[in-house]
Design a protein around this ligand. Structure first.
Ligand code: ATP
Ligand code: MG
Length: 744
């Protein structure tokens, strides 16, 4: 396998301030060059808001008008902050702080805590829900799971609106909150929760902002010091700013007006936590001299995707919707969005995984594909299905790459090797540097083949594999640019610089993410799954405002796609279940064949796709030990309840695992891409003696049957496999992968 050269990772730095403005349209340019006074950008998804503000900072820095260290750029997620640091660095403006409100506050708090309070900052409590549950027990109130989630949400809301427990009932009534329990009870739990935290010497996420606000309010000396450091502020995704974050921003500004905010009211998706687009929409009122810029050209998505996005917005109601802007795509036409209806969730996941496999086979990189869902619990069935189709995926954001312990350890090892001189003879091409990195990592226990299973061990392996890839890309980009081949010391310097800029390499794999966490990001192909009533809108969205927020969530999802967009839903949860579910109301009038669709849907959209999995009505999957109907994806795969006794053939299972390890090694893929643990277990329990028996096991599709069927059946029959010893490295082996010879 030749190393992938992603020159976008190493583009040329613009050679002047003016060159930074190249590639911006006139309105974006107006944003980038408005370096004085307040600036507000109101614009729809994909119109280049984030691009405009990163270029604005870079332009200001390169033109000598902004001191890098005096700029604080605030974005919404760690991942977005990492992305922004990366972009700034590419534009030649390293040294600018790009952080989330939370991490910027935490940093200041840690710095000033010894002076203000003394000692170390209390540690951050990790499991808030657990603490709230303990607080409920302490106040003798029983909460079910949903109530626990909702009460936790209420406590968060109270804190970001700076409401103390005693004031909660009145404040909740005034704000028209739909409360999950008697407000007095919630106030009691909230009080007990705060007390519990104090007793344990911990603080929560909201405390970080509250305490920072407190320090800046009470200590003018410290506020002055912070203001002396930061003079210019930029806020991305400003529509989702909470009252507490807004307060912090005002304290940072201290009456000054070098503030640039950008946002899209139609993408407000955190108002359930107390965030409000009002600050964005009222910016002009608060800052009458502000430069206000609107962007409508959508550079991200094809006209087909944009048409659907506009259609969704057209049905939106409420204040945010009054400010909607019709998007105009700047891209060439692409495929129509695809709509698929399935009988059940596993069939939907299976259909999605199959389509993704097709895209990968057509050459679309895995990192350019995402599956987005409403709640994290939906991920499991997709993890299984992707694994069954041999598709690598990643659930973890790449934002904290350089903070991962394994990456830090690897950095130390590489630095040591670089100091020791490295082996210059190997450094004549891209593979040379990568081999050196491999050698260093191997000496520390890294293997070139992925470990079996998932979880922490696999995550660790993935991180180090990403580091090796980064070395390959770095060397290739350097040599292609005509520079001498880089040494290990050059790579270490590059890694340091990236670690400082928090610009993580992309972990290769399809992204599985919630709609909330997909904000601000984009992929070539996006699969929006589970689009049924009850999931989107989610069951607990009841008021009109809550429903509108769910609609905006779908709008955020749709606008993540550059070219391909697939939307799907399943009529029942488990195979054989009653087809009681309905497609999301938000798609009415937009998807072909839906009630109000006449004349609205894009021409050529040929109705709803119903894959073979959809037409084939499958019976319920029952436990083969006790006969209970199974609904859990993992149990369905095993074809028995987890708790029912297993008739696993241990020897066969071990042999299958060994075989899988070899196979994965040959393919240069993670072991779960061959078969998941659950599928192997099901095989070792069923011991199939024919192709059809093997095919009836969940996770053994046509493709796997063709590739691995003969091997697996031979193993089940107790035969030995005559394997060629795979002496060749993963690169060569992977090239042989597409037409694997039958080994027996
Ligand atoms: P969101 O609302 O989703 O956060 P956004 O408005 O911040 O979107 P960006 O992420 O900045 O949009 O840009 C969307 C895509 O369009 C990016 O790939 C960006 O590089 C590209 N883009 C933006 N402006 C231009 C331009 N003037 N020329 C070419 N490409 C552009
Ligand atoms: Mg953006």
């Amino acid at each position: 396998m030749t190393p992938v050269t992603d020159t976008t990772l190493f583009p040329a730095v613009p050679d002047s301030a003016d060159a930074v403005l190249d590639g911006l349209d006139p309105e974006q340019r107006a944003v980038a060059t408005a370096l004085h006074g307040p600036v507000c950008v109101l614009a729809g998804a994909g119109t280049g808001k984030t691009r405009a503000i990163t270029h604005r900072i870079a332009y200001g820095v390169r033109a000598g008008m902004l001191q890098p260290a005096s700029v604080l750029a605030v974005t919404f997620t760690n991942r977005a902050a990492g992305e922004m640091r990366g972009r700034l660095r590419q534009l030649g403006a390293a040294g600018v702080q790009a952080r989330t409100f939370h991490s910027a506050a935490l940093r200041q708090l840690q710095y000033f805590w010894p002076r203000v309070v003394g000692g170390e900052l209390p540690r951050l409590a990790e499991r808030k829900i657990q603490l709230v549950s303990e607080a409920a027990v302490r106040t003798r109130i029983r909460l079910d799971r949903n109530e626990l989630r909702d009460v936790t949400g209420e406590i968060e809301w109270a804190k970001v609106t700076q409401t103390v427990p005693e004031d909660y009932p009145a404040a909740a009534a005034k704000a028209g909150r739909e409360v999950p329990r008697d407000p007095a009870e919630i106030a009691g739990i909230y009080g007990a929760y705060e007390q519990l935290k104090r007793e344990r010497g911990s603080i929560d996420f909201e405390d970080v902002l509250l305490l920072t606000v407190g320090v800046l309010q009470d200590r003018p000396d410290i506020a002055d010091q912070v203001r002396g450091q930061y003079q210019h502020f930029v806020v991305d995704e400003y529509q989702d700013v909470s009252p507490l974050q807004q307060r912090l921003l005002e304290l940072w500004l201290g009456g000054r007006d070098s503030l640039c905010v950008v946002g899209d009211a139609s993408q407000t998706i955190y108002s359930f936590t107390g965030a409000t687009p009002d600050h964005l929409l009222n910016f002009r009122t608060r800052h009458p001299h502000a430069t206000v810029v609107k962007l409508i050209r959508d550079y991200r998505s094809t006209p087909q995707v944009v048409h659907l996005a506009n259609g969704l917005l057209g049905q939106a109601r409420g204040r945010a919707a009054e400010h909607r802007l019709e998007l105009v795509s700047q891209r060439d036409a692409g495929p129509e969005p695809e709509y698929s209806e399935y009988t059940d969730e596993p069939a939907e996941a299976e259909g999605t995984a199959r389509s993704i496999r097709g895209l990968l086979d057509a050459g679309i990189p895995a990192s350019e594909i995402a599956v987005l869902y409403r709640v994290n619990a939906q991920s499991e069935v997709y993890e299984q299905a992707l694994a069954d189709h041999g598709v690598p995926y990643q659930m973890r954001g790449a934002e904290r790459f350089f903070e991962r312990p394994e990456v830090r350890e690897a950095g130390v090892a590489l630095r040591g090797a670089a100091r020791a001189g490295g082996n210059d003879a190997l450094l004549d091409d891209a593979v040379g540097l990568a081999s050196q990195v491999r050698a260093v990592l191997t000496a520390r226990g890294w293997t070139s083949e992925p470990p079996t299973g998932s979880g922490a061990v696999r995550d660790r392996w993935e991180s180090l594999a990403a580091l090796v890839r980064l070395a390959e890309q770095f060397a290739t980009a350097r040599t292609e640019a005509g520079a001498p081949a880089p040494t290990l010391a050059d790579l270490v310097a590059e890694l340091d610089e990236r670690a400082n800029a928090q610009h993580a390499p992309t972990v290769e794999g399809v992204t599985l993410a919630s709609l909330h966490s997909a904000k601000g990001l984009e992929w070539d192909a996006v699969f929006l799954v589970g689009l049924t009533e009850g999931t989107l809108p989610i069951t607990y969205a009841r008021t009109d405002e809550q429903i509108e927020e769910e609609r905006r969530l779908l709008y955020v999802g749709v606008t993540r796609a550059r070219v391909r967009l697939a939307l799907s839903w399943a009529l029942s949860r488990a195979p054989g279940g009653r087809a009681s579910r309905k497609p999301s109301r938000f798609l009415s009038g937009l998807r072909p064949g839906s009630p109000a669709a006449a004349g609205r849907t894009p021409g050529g959209a040929g109705g709803i796709e119903r894959g073979s999995a959809a037409r084939k009505r499958r019976g319920p999957v029952r436990c083969r030990v006790c006969g209970r109907t199974l609904t859990d994806a993992g149990e369905m795969k095993l074809m028995r309840c987890e708790s029912c006794p297993s008739d696993l053939d241990e020897v066969l299972y071990e042999r299958l695992r060994e075989w899988r390890m070899e196979e994965a090694r040959t393919l240069g893929q993670p072991a779960y891409c061959v078969f998941t643990d659950k599928t192997l277990m099901a095989i070792a329990e069923a011991v199939p003696d024919s192709e059809s028996a093997l095919a009836s096991i969940a996770g053994v599709g046509r493709r796997k049957l063709d590739r691995f069927g003969a091997d697996v059946l031979a193993l089940c029959a107790g035969e030995e496999l005559a394997r060629e010893t795979a002496e060749d490295g993963p690169e060569e082996a992977a090239e042989q992968a597409p037409d694997l010879p039958a080994d027996d």
